[in-house]
Each structure stands twice: as structure tokens, then as C-alpha cells.
Design a protein around this ligand. Sequence first.
Ligand code: AGP
Length: 356
Amino acid sequence: MGMDKFLTKTNSIMQKEIFEQPTVVKNLLEKYTTDDNKIHLDLPSDIDNIVIVASGSSYNCAAIAAPLFIEYADIPCEYEYSSEFVLQKKHFITPNSLYIFVSQSGETSDTLNALKQIKKEGVKTLCITNAQNSTMWNLCDYKILSDAGKEESIASTKALTAQILCCMLIMLEIKAKQGEDISGYLNTMHRLPAYLERIKNDFEKIKTAAQLVSEYQNISILGNKNYYPVAKEGALKIKETCYLNVMAYPFGEFMHGHVAVLNQKSIVIAIIDEENAQFAVRNLEKIKNDYNPKVICITSVQDVKSGDLNIYIKTKRKMKAIFGSLLTLQLIACELANVLKKNPDRPKGLKKVVKD
Ligand code: AGP
């Protein structure tokens, strides 16, 4: 079905870059993987712990990736906002620590300052950046180009997707070096472009969601584990493009008091996958009984029907659902800006590269 039939033609750069994501993913996989299921990235041979440092959307990439390093590659992984990292007096370093700096521009002052600070400790550094020959690129020992193509939109979309994919590939390469067979994971990755293409084309649901959200000022986005930073990213996108105060929470934590902000003039967007489905649905029912907000579910599970609107991003694979939920939230933010008559390409007071 032709997407144009449903698409609001905003001609925004943000929308164009969101739509480029299946191609960005395809190109990156071609660049860094081989036909015989090997990954080739610029990585140190021994890594026994990782610290990821970044700001904004790139920080959300770090928060999405860290639990994957722990869960799939058994590597301890921490992450920190660049601006907080520089205030930290001591950092945990072993001879095989790897400090990863994630930055679309490679020039963000906070991240650059963090990199310069830790370099003094002689630790191994790696950057994931979209800007070859940027200052971070030149300073780091190891470099991975996220290669999303020039990102013009101040609200980062395709660059973030590319960064997350790079982190997943690093994780899988570490796993391969541990002697594990990663071909199943890579097959999943290769199905990502077609999966994202399908989600991108379900534009009717996105439009309905954006219309619904536009009627509310009190917006909460809920998700667990890797999906909590996905929720934060969704909130960041809506803040940047629509200037609304959107909050993101982990599902369980939300019930510890935060839930009191809800009423029938609120809307909740819940990200639900296989792992948290039971827990999320139970909490949503309680939330609906007690506060009666509108609910949109973005879910990879077909039988979840807890929302007033349910957007299905069907897959059993977490490594696909992360991208699917992210893409859905990006599309909702972009379309919401359109409904609210805001220009997503001109967010007030924001710059593409945040410098001192
Ligand atoms: C994201 O939409 C933002 N515009 C912003 O948070 C950005 O991700 C942040 O400033 C970090 O930029 P960088 O990736 O270029 O370092």
C-alpha cells in the first residue's frame, strides 16, 4: 500500500531523515558485516568492561545499548551523561576498560571535554560518530563511523538509529570473539530494513496517534529496561519539536508516586514487548481504573489490547523491537508537530551542535 495515501506531506527534513532509516540500516550492515556472518569493526582485542559517555539522543543510545552488552555479551557496561562525567572525580578503569564516546557531530563540548579528561588516564577510547575527521574522531584510539549520511534535522533520528546499530554490532563482535555463534543475531539484523519499512508504512495509525496526543498537555511515556531510554528518546523528540513537557518513566517506578500526575486529561504512551507484557498490562489496568487517562500502546505483542489505540510493531526479537518502537515514537513526534502547527526543522532556541 502506498505510504503517500496516508502521509501528511510536511516536507520536513526531520520526516525525510526518519524515512531514510531502513536504507541507513541496510548500508551499515553492508559496511560492517560480511556474507559469511562476520563483523569487522575497529575494536581493541581485549575488552573486559565498557563505559559509554554521551549527551542527548546519543546518551539514550548509550542507555539502550548498555543492558545489551551485559545481557548478551556478559560485559559490565556503565553509561553516563557527558556533562555529569566531567564532574565525577574518579573513574573505574582496568587495563582492558574501553571508554566509548557516542556523538553524531563528534564536536559536542560536553562529550569532547569528557573524552579529553579520561584520555589523561591513558584508557582505551573509541568513538561512534557520524562525522569522520571530527575532533572526537581524531582524538580517539578506535573509531567507528555511524555513516547515517549528513543529518540536518536538529531533532536527531537516523543518526541515533545508526549509533544503536553500531553498538549492537560491537556487542555481537565481542560475543563472536568469545567463541559464540552470532549468525542467528545477524540474520535478525538483516531483516531489520524490511521490518522498519513496514512500520514506516503504517502511517494511518501514526496519524491517529498524533491527533490523539495533540489533545493532551500531560503526556507520560512508559517503558522497561532498553525501552525506558526509548521512552526518554520519544519524550525528547516531542519536547524538541512540540515544546510540550513530556515525561518518561520505567513502568514499575511510575507506580511509586509519579502515577499521581495522571487524570482524565492525561495521555499515557506505553511501550510493551514480550518480556514486560504481563507486568505492563497489569499496571495499565490499574492506572486506567484509578486515573482514567487515554492510553496508546506501542507493542510488539499481538494480543496486547490495553490501549485506546494499539500500534503493533510485531516481532519476537528485542533487537528489532527497539528500533521499531523508536521509529514509531519519532514518527509520532514529527506528525504531532505538524498537527500542532510547529515546524520540526526550526525548534526554538536549539542548535544542531551544542558547544560551550
Ligand atoms: C537530539 O535530538 C538533540 N538535538 C541533542 O540531544 C543531541 O543528541 C545532543 O546534543 C548530542 O549531540 P551529538 O550526538 O552530536 O554529540
